[in-house]
Design a protein around this ligand. Structure first.
Ligand SMILES: O=C(O)[C@H](O)[C@@H](O)[C@H](O)[C@H](O)COP(=O)(O)O
Length: 245
């Protein structure tokens, strides 16, 4: 696991954009496709804006990029709380990505089990049906109590073994969401956590330096079986770490 601490969100976002650009170019060179799952939350907004502008924008062949989300809230795509809407406004609408490569999670559908299953099939259609689908890169955030995607402490979702996507009801509003499950997260080739802010310093320490307690700190569950995990932190979030990063 790789942990890097940055003095501010600007530096962190530039480094994240460099990292995503490198992984994207490698994936496109190797497989002619780059599959990227975005997160919700506010932390990646700066990163998404950078990716849509130079010098990053022209380094990636966006026609080869397939976009998904690691979780989505039960709201229409034009709602202010929609993860899709945020990414679309600051990034996707500004890039030459074919519409059919933008795979919004249909979390607002009434039949949430059916929506989860249909979206899992969509992932398999794009990434392949052999074994658990392997994203080239899943970008994640973390909440102050250690949740990631919409996997929250002490919820049954943490123990899901079969499904790729599942509906959950979580303590952070809006409560009803669809989320990637642990097996899907852990099949990824690269996972990039972006975590900033002093309110997350205890969770950062517990996740990175504490005993393995994923029911308490769900972000600990993200340990890809054959992939690399990178954490990018700002100094405030890294404040309680004992080791110098
Ligand atoms: O839809 C969501 O709410 C998320 O995907 C969630 O897991 C988010 O990444 C964290 O809550 C961090 O959010 P912030 O970046 O806003 O702190």
């Amino acid at each position: 696991m790789d942990v890097t601490v940055f003095s501010d969100v600007e530096q962190l976002s530039r480094s994240a954009a460099d990292y995503i650009t490198r992984v994207a170019r490698e994936a496109i060179a190797a497989r002619n496709r780059f599959s990227l799952a975005l997160s919700g939350g506010s932390t990646p907004k700066k990163l998404y804006g950078l990716l849509a502008t130079e010098p990053y924008r022209s380094q990636i062949d966006w026609s080869k990029v397939e976009i998904f989300w690691s979780d989505e809230r039960n709201v229409p795509p034009d709602d202010a709380e929609s993860n899709y809407r945020m990414a679309n406004e600051v990034m996707l609408s500004k890039l030459p990505i074919p519409d059919e490569h933008i795979h919004r999670m249909p979390a607002e559908q009434a039949d949430r089990d059916a929506a989860s299953l249909a979206h899992a099939h969509e992932i398999q259609r794009v990434l392949g049906t052999e074994g658990t689908p392997r994203f080239d890169l899943i970008q994640l955030g973390m909440g102050p109590e250690g949740h990631t995607a919409s996997l929250f402490p002490h919820q049954p979702s943490l123990h899901e073994q079969q499904r790729l996507i599942m509906p959950v009801s979580v303590p952070k509003p809006p409560p009803d969401r669809l989320t990637f499950t642990p097996p899907l997260l852990n099949a990824a080739a690269h996972v990039l956590f972006l975590v900033t802010g002093a309110e997350k310093d205890d969770a950062v320490k517990a996740v990175l330096e504490g005993p393995y307690q994923p029911d308490e700190y769900p972000a600990q569950i993200v340990r890809p079986t054959n992939g690399e995990v990178s954490w990018m932190l700002d100094t405030a979030a890294a404040e309680k770490l004992s080791k110098q990063k």
